[in-house]
Design a protein around this ligand. Structure first.
Ligand code: HQG
Length: 187
């Protein structure tokens, strides 16, 4: 039973990674087309992924509903899928600007800190800098790159001074750039 569970979880993780890759970064890798808002047809996805990974509608639905970060969304008519954030390719998610909480957090690796102190937080390959409402999430994000350091963002002042914030469907706060003057150590 445990063996069966592990195998299923492994399978779901590899499908999730594959979906993140083609829906955020490389639809071209399988000749998939996303529309301007980042949606792909699920039947086209299944068809075009066939040579690389066997997908079914049920498997995709299971990955979407079990995703720890709710990375994916299926359209109301059930025909399309997209990722909620994290793209490097050009898509317009049509998110409306929103007032952020007073403070937000970003977890990163200690080796990036000198550069961040000079340039602030930049989006890298993605469209936005990703920010969390809690230190635990920021820690998990930062750990991916090495020894973690948490930065607190003075989102209230940024917002008052005209910086735009967006909230993705899976509750990640997004902004284009965090200049260094809004960064501090959490107290
Ligand atoms: C760093 C995952 C040097 C930044 C996660 C980060 C998140 C700088 C890295 C989501 C810098 C970019 C996003 C500067 C920023 N100099 N380094 N000026 N400004 N950086 O992966 O926020 O599992 O693009 O601190 O959980 O780590 O994929 O961003 O370390 O939610 O769904 O440059 O990706 O979600 O890395 O992660 P990333 P991130 P998924």
């Amino acid at each position: 039973m445990a063996e069966y569970k592990d195998k299923t979880e492994k399978q779901l993780t590899s499908v999730s990674k594959f979906l993140s890759l083609v829906l955020r970064h490389k639809p071209d890798a399988i000749g998939l087309t996303l529309n301007a808002e980042g949606w792909a047809s699920i039947s086209e996805l299944i068809d075009k992924a066939q040579s690389q990974i066997p997908l079914t509608r049920e498997l995709i639905k299971q990955v979407v509903s079990t995703s720890d970060k709710q990375r994916f969304k299926i359209s109301d008519d059930g025909l399309m899928i997209r990722t909620n954030q994290g793209h490097s390719i050009k898509v317009d998610l049509k998110l409306s600007p929103k007032q952020p909480p007073t403070v937000l957090y970003h977890g990163t690796a200690t080796r990036f800190i000198n550069s961040i102190k000079q340039e602030g937080l930049k989006p890298g390959q993605r469209h936005h800098v990703h920010l969390s409402t809690d230190i635990a999430t920021a820690t998990a994000v930062g750990k991916r790159y090495g020894k973690v350091i948490i930065l607190e963002i003075d989102a209230e002042t940024m917002y008052q001074q005209g910086c735009k914030f967006f909230l993705s469907d899976n509750n990640v706060w997004l902004t284009e750039h965090v200049p260094p003057q809004y960064l501090r150590k959490p107290s």
